[in-house]
Structure formats: C-alpha cells, structure tokens
Design a protein around this ligand. Structure first.
Ligand SMILES: [Fe+2]
Length: 364
C-alpha cells in the first residue's frame, strides 16, 4: 500500500492522488473516492463547498513528479471535470449566462489540452476513452476539441491560432445547453419545429459568448458557423467556401466525424471505415478539401497501442500505422505480427472495430 500523508486542503495541488475516501462532514456521503486524481475544480469544491479541512494523499505521487504521459492523462481528467462544471449535465437547468469564471475555466482547459497535444502523441487514444453511451454535450465538445487541435497541428497552425481553435471547439455546442433536453435527446425523427429549435444552437452559443464580452470575433464566428457547409447548404447563414471562417471549417470536420462514430439514442455508431469514407465523399461539398486531407493525415482511427477486434475473431494490438490508416501493423494475442497493408497474404483479414471493452473509460 502506498504511503499516505494527511495534508491541509490549502496545500492540495492538481495531480495529487486521494489515499482514503473523502466523506462529507456530518453525513455518510462519499465526495471523492480513494485513488481519484485531484483537479482544480475538485480542490475548489472541497474547500469552498464542503468545508473539508484535511485530506489523506498518497505520498508516492505529486504534481511535480509525474511523467509527461501521466500529466497528459491528468489533464484530460481535469479538462473533463472542468467542462462538466461549465456546461452542467444536459438534463440540468438550461444555460442562460456564460460567466467570466466559466470563460477562465475554458482558457485553463485550452492550455492543458495544448500542452497534452505536444507532450503525448497518443492524445487520440484518450479521445476514444471519452466515448460512452450517456453522451453528454461536454464530452462531445472535449472530443471535438481534441480532434480539432490534432487537425490544426497537422495544418501547421501557429500557436495563437491553436488556442483560438481549441477554445472555439470546446464551446462550439454551448448553445445546445439552451435547448430543451427532450428535443436534444429525442430518439427518432424530429418534427419540423423541433428541428428548427435545434438549428438555433449555433446562434444561441454565439450570443452567450458575445454577452460574455471576452471573446474575439474569430472565436465567436467559429461557434456560429460550425454547421455551415462548404457548398453553401448548411445553416444558419448558408455561407459558402471561404466565407466560412477557417477555424469553423476545421471544427466541422471534427464535429461530423465524432457524431458519426459516437453512440446516438437512435442508432449504433458507424465504423471508422464507414465514417472515413463519408468524410472523403464530402470533400469539396460538405467540407474543405484541404482540411479533409489534413484530417486523413493526422487521424489514426486505430492509434498505436489500441486493441482491435479482427474479422477472424482474434484480438490484436496496433504496433504502427500505415499510409492506409485502416490497415496498420498489428500484433495478435498469439504473438503474430501482421502488416495488414503490405502483406498480401492477409488481404482477407481486416479490423472490425476498436475493442472498447479494453478501454478504461474516463468519467467524472
Ligand atoms: Fe453543433
């Protein structure tokens, strides 16, 4: 058992690990479980909301001694719980105001994500860990931000634009939290009036940010235009080509791919092969062609280290990626190394899906 120490809440730092369950004073309720990695929101709540004085922390870990990879993992956890705080649950009260505190939280998450992106190439593996059945808006926004910055890096965006891109992607669906949850979550077809309500979410998000007063036109426009299509058939403005801002065109690609490959109440997720085919088919109509190219270059649907299910029923681990990202080099559970792209002996063997049973889901 790792050694622990009792410390005052004032000395807590993000990244420290809870050594014993933290119980709400005067009740039996567990506030944080043993082994939870603390983040700034949790620390704030312990201090301000629950008046906790001291906490048992594992001695073996501290924020200053974690590796880059672990730091990246901590950042994702921290980002998710901060976003949950900002967005609230989808079935909670609708958002009517975007406060300065909320915008500061989004800035912090942006800094953490961009640090993670440069510290850990496997950020996309962590993105898959965020996929779950109860798919809240804040989780979707985090995945879209992670994918948007990955595409942005591949496009060679300068760092200040990467920050704008990340903030806009994190906030792109903020306006969904102004719409009746029964419509957002409705399984099956929407009526015309319900669909009209959903289509208001880009403007509603834009208006919340404008009222906040801290956002540049560039970020607000990316939120407003994330449902525009390159050929002018999108909404709300029906803008075409380069009339749609560059950041919005990147977020659209990440958003659509994420929507296709995620669970929805009314359908199963598409396979990555089907989704990639759809994305390629939409280049120059729905999407900006160059951004689709960057997406295909940057995005490995089966990241190195992930476990996949093969068409012959075996499981395998991805060792490296090929130019055809759907056919990487893999190592099967019986230790056979197979190059699915270059070794024609294996033409009939394919990857059916990522093995999500292996994935430790990140939840807050
Ligand atoms: Fe949206």
């Amino acid at each position: 058992m790792a050694e622990m120490m009792k410390i005052n809440v004032e000395e807590l730092e993000s990244g420290m690990i809870v050594a014993e369950n933290i119980i709400e004073p005067g009740s039996e309720r567990v506030l944080l479980l043993k082994d939870t990695i603390l983040d700034s929101v949790m620390i704030f709540n312990l201090k301000e909301r629950y008046n906790i004085d001291t906490v048992y922390i594992k001695k073996t870990f501290s924020a200053s001694t974690v590796s880059d990879e672990m730091r990246a993992e901590i950042n994702i956890h921290q980002s998710l719980s901060t976003l949950k705080e900002v967005f609230g649950d989808d079935d909670g009260a609708p958002i009517t105001e975007f406060t300065n505190e909320a915008s500061q939280h989004i800035k912090n998450v942006t800094n953490d994500l961009i640090t993670s992106l440069y510290a850990d190439d496997n950020i996309l593996l962590k993105m898959h860990q965020l996929q779950s059945y109860d798919d809240y808006t804040y989780k979707h926004c985090l995945r879209v931000a992670m994918m948007s910055v990955t595409i942005g890096k591949s496009l060679g965006l300068p760092e200040n634009k990467m920050h704008d891109l990340c903030e806009a992607a994190l906030l792109h669906d903020l306006g969904k939290r102004t719409i009746d949850v029964d419509i957002i979550r409705k399984p099956g077809r929407l009526t015309d009036s319900e669909f009209a309500a959903v289509k208001k979410h880009p403007q509603n998000g834009y208006l919340l940010l404008r009222k906040n007063g801290r956002y540049t036109e560039e970020i607000m426009n990316a939120v407003l235009m994330h449902h525009e299509k390159y050929d002018g058939t999108g909404y709300p403005l029906g803008l075409k080509g380069e009339q749609i801002t560059y950041l919005a065109r990147i977020i659209t690609v990440a958003d659509v791919y994420d929507a296709l490959t995620s669970n929805r109440p009314y359908r199963q997720p598409w396979s990555v092969a089907e989704a990639e085919e759809f994305m390629m088919g939409g280049a120059n109509t729905h999407f900006d062609y160059d951004i689709i190219l960057a997406f295909l270059n940057a995005f490995a649907p089966f990241p190195v280290g992930s476990t996949v299910l093969l068409s012959d029923g075996r499981k395998a681990t991805v060792v490296s990626n090929n130019t055809n990202v759907l056919r990487p080099v893999i190592k099967t559970e019986d230790e056979e190394t197979i190059d699915l792209y270059n070794d024609f002996k294996y033409l009939t063997l394919s990857i059916k899906a990522l093995d999500k049973s292996e994935i430790k889901e990140i939840n807050v």
